[in-house]
Design a protein around this ligand. Structure first.
Ligand SMILES: Cc1cc2nc3c(=O)[nH]c(=O)nc-3n(C[C@H](O)[C@H](O)[C@H](O)COP(=O)(O)OP(=O)(O)OC[C@H]3O[C@@H](n4cnc5c(N)ncnc54)[C@H](O)[C@@H]3O)c2cc1C
Length: 417
């Protein structure tokens, strides 16, 4: 199919993107678990078999990160952009789409959690009051050469894989001082009139700390499995830093999404041992995060129920995460092309990871609908009596693998030409 791909940056920027390039990862550089025994790793396997260029580029641009697939974000973004630009059938147009009326169908809207306000009002025209909003946050990035390597140590939790994280150990006194400064630090105000519904998986560190003195010590600062090789003991608390790029020139503060004011971030985070003179390459921020209330609005083929030919994909559809956005994008892309060539839409079995995601966005689960990443909870529970949670999960993964392979054998070549 000939494709026209619209990207509004750099002419119109979002509050979180920094540059003009495609596939910019705005927060973490991790694409989640690499293990095919985990739903996120399984989803990557499915996408690989479907020919996803995002996963191919991520594999080629990966940086060491224990059991997860993490990438050098610059290299990754450049590689995706090059493949798109060199593709003979894709025309990349650097323009904001502000009206859906003139767009020929089939078309896919994948404008993300920071969809431009003009597109948002267009969407509201289609969905009525179906658009929701909430907040999300990003963690600071620190220059490696500003870290005091005498105070930090390299280790992965429980010694798994290569020691890819830097760990900043705290004793009780240091932790208490840091905690008091964190909860009392000045926070950036929210835009007026918008209510604050924080997304649990990306909750700002200070908001998590508000819940109790030890909450973050059992969350992002948990020391378990991170013995300090110099003392042979687990510290009282540990702040972890994850490599951002292959040469290791910068590090992400793991779990430190924040809406503290920038000078306050510098003041409070430099109380962490090893970060006294930290240079912040990027500060943490909180932004609006938009998504559609998709259940009932879109089908498991990713097409609007009431607008044949108009598809939605990515975070906007209610699938949360880089890889999940990739998956719903792949599904919408394949089905848009099939529609254009007179073929039936592909609906994957719900037992597969991509099928479970599509089922979730089209039907939801329970009363409330929040963006969800792929997890065991989205995969159907196997029938019969099951011995243990481990056995149940094993069966879910096996069903996902077997059903995906059977479905792909039947579907044949996914290309539509
Ligand atoms: C601040 C923040 C941090 C996040 N952190 C993570 C994380 O660490 N890990 C994770 O897995 N997920 C994270 N997410 C969630 C989400 O998975 C990612 O945002 C992901 O990139 C979404 O992919 P997407 O393709 O749907 O949207 P995007 O990657 O945002 O791509 C949408 C593109 O559409 C463009 N656009 C918007 N409106 C228009 C328009 N009208 N016309 C033309 N172009 C337009 C934008 O410029 C953008 O390039 C985060 C989200 C936010 C907001």
């Amino acid at each position: 199919m000939d494709v026209r791909l619209y990207e509004m940056r750099p002419g119109v920027m979002t509050p979180a993107h920094k540059g003009p390039h495609l596939s910019e990862l705005v927060c973490s550089n991790s694409l989640g678990s690499a293990s095919a025994e985990h739903p996120s790793g399984r989803l990557k396997e499915e996408l690989k078999k479907m020919g996803s260029i995002i996963i191919r580029c991520a594999d080629e641009c990966s940086v060491p990160a224990g059991g997860s697939l993490s990438v050098d974000r610059e290299k990754f973004s450049r590689m995706v952009e090059r493949l798109i630009c060199e593709h003979p059938k894709i025309e990349l147009i650097r323009e904001e789409v502000s009206s859906l009326g003139s767009i020929p169908l089939p078309a896919i809207i994948a404008t993300g959690p920071l969809t431009s306000p003009k597109m948002l009002s267009e969407l509201e025209g289609i969905t009525g009051s179906g658009s929701l909003y909430m907040y999300d946050a990003v963690a600071p990035i620190i220059g490696a050469d500003s870290i005091d390597f005498k105070k930090v140590y390299e280790a992965s939790r429980y010694g798994k894989g290569t020691p890819d994280y830097l760990n900043c150990p705290m004793d009780k006194e240091e932790y208490d001082r840091f905690y008091d400064a964190l909860v009392s630090a000045e926070r950036a105000p929210l835009s007026s009139g918008e209510d604050m519904r924080l997304f649990e998986a990306c909750m700002p560190i200070e908001e998590m700390a508000d819940r109790g003195r030890d909450t973050i010590r059992f969350g992002p600062l948990k020391p378990v499995g991170l013995e300090d090789p110099r003392t042979g003991e687990e510290p009282y608390a540990v702040v972890q830093l994850r490599r951002e790029d292959l040469p290791g020139s910068s590090y992400n503060m793991v779990g430190f999404q924040t809406r503290l004011k920038w000078p306050e971030q510098r003041r409070v985070f430099s109380m962490i041992p090893g970060l006294e003179n930290a240079e912040f390459i990027r500060y943490g921020v909180v932004h609006r995060n938009t998504y559609l209330h998709s259940p009932g609005l879109i089908g498991a083929d990713m097409m609007f129920v009431a607008r044949s030919g108009l598809f939605v994909a990515g975070q906007l559809s209610g699938s949360e995460g880089y890889v999940e956005s990739t998956a719903t994008g792949a599904l919408a892309g394949i089905n848009a092309a099939r529609l254009a060539s007179g073929k039936d839409a592909l609906i994957f079995p719900e037992t597969t990871c991509i099928g479970a995601l599509a089922a979730y966005v089209s039907r939801g689960k329970g009363d409330r609908f929040d963006p969800m990443g792929i997890c065991f909870g989205l995969l159907p529970v196997p029938k019969g009596r099951i011995r243990s949670r481990k056995a149940k999960r094993q069966m879910q993964i096996e069903a996902a693998r077997d059903d995906f392979e059977a479905f792909m054998r039947e579907a044949g070549d996914l290309s539509v030409g």
